[in-house]
Design a protein around this ligand. Structure first.
Ligand SMILES: NC(=O)c1ccc[n+]([C@@H]2O[C@H](COP(=O)([O-])OP(=O)(O)OC[C@H]3O[C@@H](n4cnc5c(N)ncnc54)[C@H](OP(=O)(O)O)[C@@H]3O)[C@@H](O)[C@H]2O)c1
Length: 256
């Protein structure tokens, strides 16, 4: 027995992008810990883990953020835990090849989705004097020079800076804000990106070795490796922890 069973009982949690990969694992771990969980995805047929509430929304848009904030009130009656997980982008053969609309899309999904949703949800948290927010970034931010998706790593880097600033702003109000940066994790989105990355690298040489070396801990990540870190950060066990970025990568990336 860990002594932490049902440690989120009575907590209301929103997780974006919870129908597969890392997001689905986060939803499952939060449910196990006793939270009421609402999640979202674009696909109408999105299969959220059993026990979670689901609302269809596209977090890239202001309308999507507003619909989600309304659903938070309707379904959960407010929110104590927010995990901004939806993210991603496709690689290109160099920065000049990234179309303007792909830059905008990467910024909308990986930065502005969090900014807009936080703006709608943090006033309630401030009022109650408690809350925990986690932004999912990427360890790829540590090595932008090896990237064929500079729009993605630049957006995630901005997310990390935004997250730190928000943490400072909200700490006096009892709201904690942290970032988790995954390394290479086996998910549908991760595998799709690495296939596209390898294709760009093979064709143009941009992006380097998509397969990469096995992380020092001997394997790629599992979605639960990230979900456990998130669960810790939103729990009372992390009540003295804010404004930090937890890199969960099997030891792969250089210490930043
Ligand atoms: N996997 C990795 O190796 C890795 C490494 C570093 C960082 N990350 C980060 O970890 C997070 C999760 O990655 P993942 O690999 O688990 O992704 P994934 O397998 O592609 O799953 C993404 C989830 O987000 C949803 N989603 C995508 N766009 C959305 C939108 N605009 N609005 C609402 N929901 C949306 C997807 O459902 P729909 O498609 O139906 O919308 C799905 O539920 C991302 O922020 C990613 O950047 C992943």
């Amino acid at each position: 027995m860990s002594g932490f069973e049902k440690e989120l009982a009575g907590k209301r949690a929103l997780v974006t992008g919870g129908t597969r990969g890392i997001g689905a694992a986060i939803v499952s771990r939060l449910l196990e810990a006793g939270a009421d969980v609402l999640t979202t995805a674009r696909a109408a047929t999105g299969a959220a883990p059993e026990g979670a509430s689901f609302v269809r929304a596209d977090v890239r848009t202001k309308a999507g953020a507003e619909a989600l904030a309304a659903a938070v009130q309707d379904v959960l009656g407010g929110v104590d835990v927010v995990v901004h997980n939806a993210g991603g982008a496709r690689p290109y053969e160099g920065s000049a090849a990234i179309p303007d609309e792909e830059w905008q899309d990467a910024l909308d999904l990986n930065l502005l989705a969090s900014v807009r949703l936080d703006a709608l949800l943090t006033p309630g948290m401030r009022e109650r004097g408690s809350g925990a927010i986690v932004h999912i970034s990427s360890a790829a931010v540590l090595t932008p020079e090896a990237s064929s998706f500079l729009h993605y790593v630049a957006a995630k880097a901005a997310l990390e800076t935004y997250s730190r600033g928000l943490a400072a702003e909200l700490a006096p109000h009892g709201v904690r804000v942290n970032t988790v940066s995954p390394g290479r994790v086996a998910t549908p989105g991760g595998e799709r990106t690495r296939t596209q990355w390898a294709e760009v690298a093979a064709r143009t040489g941009v992006g380097g070795d998509a397969a990469g070396a096995t992380p020092p801990l001997g394997r790629d990540g599992h979605p639960d490796d990230i979900a456990h870190a998130v669960l810790f950060l939103v729990s009372e066990r992390a009540s003295w922890l804010t404004g930090r970025n937890l890199i969960v990568d099997g030891g792969e990336f250089p210490m930043g």
